[in-house]
Design a protein around this ligand. Structure first.
Ligand code: FMN
Length: 194
């Protein structure tokens, strides 16, 4: 059995998946476990949409192109032109690496009075749980951010009406078809103020 530390350290973003379907039951099981996350005033401000690959590809426009255009300048700036990283991300967003499902994580808009940032933070906590639980079950995932500017168009294209909430991320999920090497951690500070 893998320990929590091993799961946290070894989970990597997967950008290439086997074509095999995974069961809806398994996806429900993962989400039902992931929602044991903290939230402001225990508001639990989240909803989910699970989109099959066929559904995503049948929509009238391709959201991957839209999302890539948003992240391209930053990718070029951070990784430079010659770096492979931006091509990996571009290729991934073209067809989501054949992932059989995308899970849309939404901030539900039924909670009005709680700080928006806090509400979003709790959805992000659920997302991290999803990534870790899926990895523990032998699945791969990749977090695809949906930025404020693209959100309306992405939701429109995917047919996720605003009543369902604010789409914060799409999570590709499926059986991995690649091995990704572990990444180094960058230096950072821990200050104890005593
Ligand atoms: C908010 C957020 C948005 C992300 N958006 C994308 C994305 O649009 N496309 C992508 O390929 N990866 C995306 N990622 C995944 C990161 O690129 C990845 O986590 C990072 O490179 C570290 O790799 P690791 O997940 O294997 O540790 C996103 C991650 C986060 C947290």
């Amino acid at each position: 059995m893998r320990t929590l530390s091993e799961i946290i350290i070894n989970r990597r973003s997967i950008r290439k998946y086997k074509k095999d379907k995974i069961s809806k039951e398994l996806i429900k099981e993962i989400i039902n476990l992931a929602v044991w996350a903290p939230s402001p005033f225990n508001s639990q401000p989240w909803n989910f949409v699970v989109l099959s690959r066929e559904y995503v590809l049948s929509r009238k426009a391709h959201i991957g192109d839209l999302l890539y255009k948003k992240s391209e300048p930053a990718l070029e700036r951070i990784f430079k032109k010659k770096d492979f990283s931006q091509f990996i991300v571009k290729k991934f967003l073209k067809g989501f690496g054949n992932a059989p499902y995308l899970i849309g994580a939404l901030r539900s808009n039924r909670i009005g009075e709680i700080d928006l940032g806090f509400q979003r933070a709790s959805v992000y906590a659920v997302i991290q749980n999803i990534l870790l639980i899926a990895y523990d079950k032998g699945l791969g995932t990749c977090w695809i951010g949906v930025d404020d500017e693209s959100r309306e168009a992405v939701q429109e294209i995917l047919g996720i009406d605003k009543e369902k909430g604010e789409l914060l991320a799409l999570i590709a999920i499926g059986i991995p078809d690649q091995r990704v090497r572990n990444l180094e951690r960058k230096p950072f500070n821990i200050w104890f103020l005593e």
